[in-house]
Design a protein around this ligand. Structure first.
Ligand SMILES: N[C@@H](CCC(=O)N[C@@H](CS)C(=O)NCC(=O)O)C(=O)O
Length: 204
């Protein structure tokens, strides 16, 4: 049985969302996001850098949300939510999935880290603005990509789950009114029951 170690509003949302879309069984263990817990030897054994999420499947323990998504698809997905491996469509599926975490989420994560590092003295507005600019460039890429289609590949795929979470982070950390197609895309994603369930999981 898949077990997802979850904190609301974190990247474990992606993993719950995927399991819901696929209709496969999973268990959720809600964990603390306190830095003390994440620094504990117990948690570091699960995630060596003390982040969230973690996925276990029997003896397998994984960190990195995108890798979890790919593992679940390949092992339990029966070909759903990703194009056939080795096709140009799969290449684009990989591109958008990686872009969501490696390029787009990066400046957003830095905004959080900067806020934490400068919590006492106050953030440096120029630094935050530069990071937000980099996020907006990524959002513009999404705005263009979904100009004439509902989802990144046309049909809904797991790349939209990867991207949906990052767009949600953008809304929280670098909101922009200048990307109407991206906003409509995010609204479309939020209409999905699986998305609603994942985002709401564990929220009071
Ligand atoms: N690339 C990692 C990023 C993990 C990550 O940054 N998780 C956040 C929550 S969504 C976290 O644990 N932040 C706490 C910290 O960085 O101290 C993944 O996709 O799993």
């Amino acid at each position: 049985m898949l077990k997802i170690y979850h904190v609301p509003r974190t990247r474990s949302v992606r993993v719950i969302w995927l399991c819901e879309e696929l209709g496969i069984p999973y268990e959720v263990e809600s964990i603390s996001f306190d830095p003390e817990f994440r620094a504990s030897p117990e948690w570091r054994k699960m995630n060596p850098v003390g982040k969230v999420p973690v996925l276990t499947d029997g003896d397998l323990t994984m960190f990195e949300s995108g890798a979890m998504v790919q593992y679940i698809l390949d092992r339990y997905g029966n070909g759903k939510l990703q194009p056939a491996i080795g096709t140009p469509e799969h290449a684009l599926y990989l591109q958008w999935s990686w872009f969501a975490e490696a390029t787009f989420a990066r400046p957003l994560g830095e905004i959080v880290s900067h806020g934490r590092a400068f919590a006492k003295t106050g953030v440096i507005p120029e630094v935050v603005a530069e990071l937000q600019d980099r996020s907006h460039l990524c959002l513009q890429a999404i705005d263009q990509a979904v100009q004439n289609k509902d989802f990144l590949l046309g049909e809904f795929s797991a790349a939209d789950i990867m991207m949906g979470y990052t767009v949600m982070l953008t809304e929280m950390l670098a909101p922009s009114d200048n990307c109407p197609n991206a906003s409509a895309y995010w609204a479309r994603l939020q209409e999905r029951q699986a998305c609603q369930k994942a985002i709401g999981y564990g929220l009071k």
